[in-house]
Ligand binder design. Structure first.
Ligand code: ARG
Length: 568
């Protein structure tokens, strides 16, 4: 049990004895220094509930805290906050046992599906896919670390009328050699051409719909073969990007995966009465006025299914697989779509917890990388630019690392910078793509945290060059002589709480901000407390703190999907 949980248990007991109430204790991080290590508003909550004075309740709670070795000091502050300061001994004991990599034990282990990326095939991955890829991977890692069983999945857009159109376009205007030479680019061109031509040739749309119908209803072998090839080519491109981003999928259940389940889904909608017949015989769900959701079509009048039909099938499928939660990492703009699909599933009697973890857009700065009208900026272009800049800044910083190692390092820094720029900010809001800030080795950036971790590791290396290694398990009391040591130790011990909070809120920036603070805390400790040159027993304590900081920064970065280089 970590300190926070032990403290919660103590306070719960105190509240029980003092007021007879069983309450869950929320422990916050006090905003200002000098207000202890934790603060809880429990007395104020109870005061409202019981109609009593909050400071008096706080007093009673305080008096009833059982004897323990955890709390150094409890104080009442302001309107009735209870501020708790930890005993240094418990901090030192907990730090000994602390291992940043160790997954946590959740109160209830859940099976969670995390969907991200979900690109539409036959189009290159573009800038709009960037945030989802980064966020999804980090959320999966955070939830796993929180002790849950996580399955990552990719709802590839690999089914739908657009394939009928593409097939028509390939047959009409496609040239095998050109397509083979650069498949995705050529497919994008053909798809565009289809739409241009369709503007003055209404027949084309019909032909497209017909080719898709043949695939879907008649399982037309020729069309299916062409379709398979298109999907395969697109995924080749996709994996180049995900490899570079170190993003992983346990499953690749694209829209086509749900195809065979669609008749059952449509049947369910019909027989349950949740679906009704709309215009021209389409199958629709009307949500009623109070829900404020617009009607959603689940089957067109020509029998074709839609994107949402497959999304609904997916929920039903995962329900049958025994999943407790589904998380959709998809742009904010699809929020209405998800609310409609979730509401439909709920009305059909499904009860999973489905969350649309929506994210904002990335705004590009003016200049080189700005979105020129009509051009799609590919992700590889962005990666290459980041790499070039990271490489240049290594030269500028006179890094002694050269050759292939410098190239590898530049790549790790570039991807780290891109990811941190994203994960360091609130996922819900739009963010700006700021090259300077993102690669600022002294700012709120990936490279800064990476550097902080590398520096700790290098201090440890220097120490072991002269002395026997400091081992995590080594016994002996860590005594904190200096305020900065204790403060750093406490900061490290917050790690698990922070990860849990980030995972619960599905907001990696909570962890990113913490890592930035931890790096800063280490820096101020280091400025005040010499490490290598200190005498014993301080030296051991400080090296131990350095080691735990390195582990925490490194694993924290890992949970964001960011690698820590060995040297910088
Ligand atoms: N393929 C879709 C698109 O690119 C995104 C899919 C999102 N996921 C989902 N389950 N609907 O717009």
């Amino acid at each position: 049990m970590n300190i926070t949980h032990q403290l919660q248990a103590l306070l719960e007991q105190a509240v029980q004895t003092a007021t007879g109430q069983s309450e869950l204790i929320v422990l916050e991080n006090p905003r200002h220094e000098g207000f202890g290590d934790y603060a809880t508003p429990i007395a104020m909550q109870l005061a409202k509930k019981l109609g009593q004075n909050p400071r008096e309740i706080a007093q009673q709670i305080m008096e009833n805290i059982p004897d323990n070795t955890i709390i150094e000091k409890a104080e009442i502050a302001g309107p009735g906050f209870l501020n708790i300061t930890l005993a240094p001994e418990i901090v030192s004991e907990s730090l000994r046992e602390f291992a940043a990599e160790k997954p946590l034990v959740p109160v209830r282990k859940k099976r969670i599906e995390v969907e991200f990326a979900s690109p539409n095939v036959a189009k290159p991955l573009h800038f709009g896919h960037f945030r989802g890829l980064i966020l999804g991977e980090s959320l999966a890692r955070l939830l796993r670390h929180s002790g849950h069983e996580v399955l990552t999945d990719n709802f590839v857009g690999d089914w739908g009328t657009q394939f009928g159109k593409l097939i028509v376009a390939i047959r009409k205007w496609g040239d095998k050699k050109t397509i083979d030479h650069n498949p995705i680019e050529e497919l994008v061109r053909l798809y565009r051409k289809f739409h241009q031509e369709a503007e003055h040739d209404a027949e084309l749309e019909k032909q497209g719909a017909e080719e898709f119908r043949k695939m879907e209803v008649e399982h037309d072998a020729e069309n299916l073969e062409l379709w398979k090839w298109i999907v395969g080519e697109s995924l080749k491109d996709f994996f180049v990007v995900t490899d570079r981003l170190d993003a992983h999928f346990d499953e690749m259940r694209g829209e086509s995966f749900y195809e065979k389940m669609l008749p059952t889904v449509l049947e369910k909608l019909r027989t349950s009465g949740i679906g009704s017949t709309g215009e021209a015989g389409a199958l629709v769900v009307e949500f009623g006025d109070e829900s404020k959701l617009p009607t959603m079509i689940f089957q067109k009048s020509d029998g074709a299914t839609l994107y949402q039909t497959r999304d609904l099938a997916k929920i039903i499928f995962y329900d049958s697989e025994g999943f407790d939660e589904m998380i959709y990492v998809v742009g904010n703009e699809q929020n209405l779509h998800f609310r409609q699909v979730f509401e439909t599933a709920r009305r059909l009697g499904y009860q999973g917890a489905w969350t649309h973890a929506g994210h904002g857009l990335v705004r590009l700065p003016e200049g080189k990388m700005s979105a020129r009208a009509g051009t799609v900026i590919s992700l590889s272009e962005v990666f290459d630019e980041a790499y070039k800049r990271a490489f240049a800044s290594l030269i500028e910083h006179n890094s002694e690392i050269i050759g292939k190692e410098r190239e590898d390092l530049a790549e790790i820094l570039a991807i780290g910078a891109l990811k941190f720029n994203d994960l360091g900010q609130n996922r819900k809001t739009d963010i700006l793509f700021d090259w300077e800030a993102m690669l600022d080795f002294n700012g709120y950036s990936g490279p800064f945290i990476q550097y902080s971790a590398v520096r700790c590791a290098s201090i440890l290396r220097k120490a072991t060059d002269h002395c026997p290694p400091v081992k995590g398990e080594s016994k002996g009391v860590l005594s904190f002589e200096h305020e900065a040591e204790l403060s750093l130790a406490k900061k490290i011990l917050r790690f698990s709480d922070v990860v849990l909070e980030a995972a619960e809120r599905l907001e990696p920036h909570v962890l990113a901000e913490y890592l930035f603070q931890l790096a800063g805390e280490y820096n101020s400790f280091y400025a005040k407390c010499p490490v290598l040159k200190a005498d014993e027993p301080e030296r051991t304590t400080r090296l131990f703190l350095t080691q735990k900081t390195a582990e925490t920064l490194t694993h924290g970065l890992y949970l964001l999907g960011i690698k820590t280089p060995k040297q910088m």
